[in-house]
Design a protein around this ligand. Structure first.
Ligand SMILES: Cc1cc2nc3c(=O)[nH]c(=O)nc-3n(C[C@H](O)[C@H](O)[C@H](O)COP(=O)(O)O)c2cc1C
Length: 345
């Protein structure tokens, strides 16, 4: 990070932000921080070796936060000690996962209904902390009723970094993000705040950071679609020309990812299926009509998948065409427009 610049982070995404994806992104311009996928914490849970490798073999020496999801104080203490033995930048507590099977156990986003429990968990984690303690939170469960209380608890705790995903748990991934809540977190907390939620382009990153006063931005899905986004943000910060990938670059990203995700024992069907999860995001910027998405989702073998990608990304002169910075309107379901002004949240 250059002095004066503000930081970027790759958002934690289960089944996505493992070591292979971190490496593929880092080759195109690394974010300043990584977060692991969530590490489940319950009785007798152990840290998954694959998740551990994203800390120990972290690309480019960038700091990695180990994200924990759980609620039992003694289990959290035990796993915190276990991850503290690793070269982590800090421990991050998940206060946002919206999956019903998760929040019903009162972990992840479910904890946002119980501010006192959050206080007790943060007390335990700060007792164990040997590095930065961080929280990744949504603005509430059903509504923002406890948002102020939770900010107060965080402010009174030893938390040193907060990432705010500007939606409620019930808002899932598509509700309009409420950025004024990020501004409120910035006003009420003395630690740095990362803004998260539908930062789709480098322009969004600069505009929203300025609007909210956030310290930096965290990008999730758009980094799958456009892995150059962290490089582009840095270039835009410094006023340099912003890298514009061509469709040929996109094809090479696809190939790189395909190779990175190969692992012993994975079947062709499993490998192709895994790639489709990533290409579902990439496809939002390939063609406005969604034909790539349609064809890609129907391919069953490696050869079929490569053929579809070649057809849309490199054949018939496509290689030299610009890869759009933004997703095409209408391909990603967006239930509402982002709330940008205070008082409209
Ligand atoms: C596939 C997927 C998996 C996710 N897994 C996690 C997770 O393990 N931990 C977490 O805190 N958030 C998780 N999230 C939420 C993201 O970190 C992020 O908060 C959310 O996607 C909003 O940011 P975005 O609009 O930039 O994608 C996940 C999101 C997606 C799409």
């Amino acid at each position: 990070m250059v002095a004066g610049d503000w930081p970027t982070a790759l958002a934690p995404m289960q089944d996505v932000t493992g070591l292979p994806f971190m490496k593929v992104v880092a080759r195109r311009g690394s974010p300043d921080f990584f977060f692991t996928e969530f590490i489940r914490v319950h009785a007798h849970s152990r840290v998954d070796p694959e998740i551990l490798s994203s800390i120990t073999e972290n690309p480019g020496g960038r700091p990695v936060f180990a994200q924990l999801i759980g609620e039992n104080l003694e289990d959290l203490r035990r796993v915190a000690r276990e991850v503290n033995a690793q070269p982590i930048a800090g421990i991050d507590l998940n206060l946002g996962c919206p999956a019903p099977r998760v929040y019903r156990k009162n972990v992840g986003g479910g904890l946002l209904r119980e501010p006192d429990k959050i206080r007790r968990i943060l007390d335990v984690l700060s007792e164990e902390a040997t590095s930065l303690l961080s929280v990744k939170m949504r603005i509430g469960f059903e509504d923002d009723g406890f948002f102020g209380d939770i900010l107060e608890i965080i402010e009174e705790s030893a938390v040193g970094l907060v990432s705010v995903h500007a939606r409620t748990v019930k808002g899932g991934y598509e509700a309009a993000p409420s950025y004024p809540h990020v501004a409120r977190a910035v006003e009420n907390l003395s630690c740095p705040v990362l803004l998260n939620g539908s930062v789709d382009t480098c322009r969004d990153a600069l505009r929203l950071r300025e609007k909210t006063g956030a310290h930096g931005v965290m990008v999730g899905r758009s980094a799958i679609r456009n892995p150059w986004i962290f490089r582009q943000i840095r270039e835009m910060q410094s006023g340099s020309p912003v890298f514009r990938p061509k469709m040929g670059d996109l094809f090479r990203y696809f190939e790189d990812l395909f190779n990175a995700l190969a692992k012993p024992g994975i079947s062709e069907k499993g490998h192709v299926g895994r790639m489709k999860k990533f290409l579902n995001f990439v496809g939002l910027s390939v063609d406005a009509g969604g034909e790539f998405l349609y064809a890609m989702r129907r391919s069953r073998t490696r050869d079929e998948l490569f053929l579809v990608c070649e057809r849309f990304m490199i054949l018939e002169g496509r290689e030299q065409m610009d890869f759009p910075l933004e997703p095409f309107e209408g391909l990603a379901s967006r239930k509402g427009k982002p709330v940008l002004e205070r008082g409209r949240a």
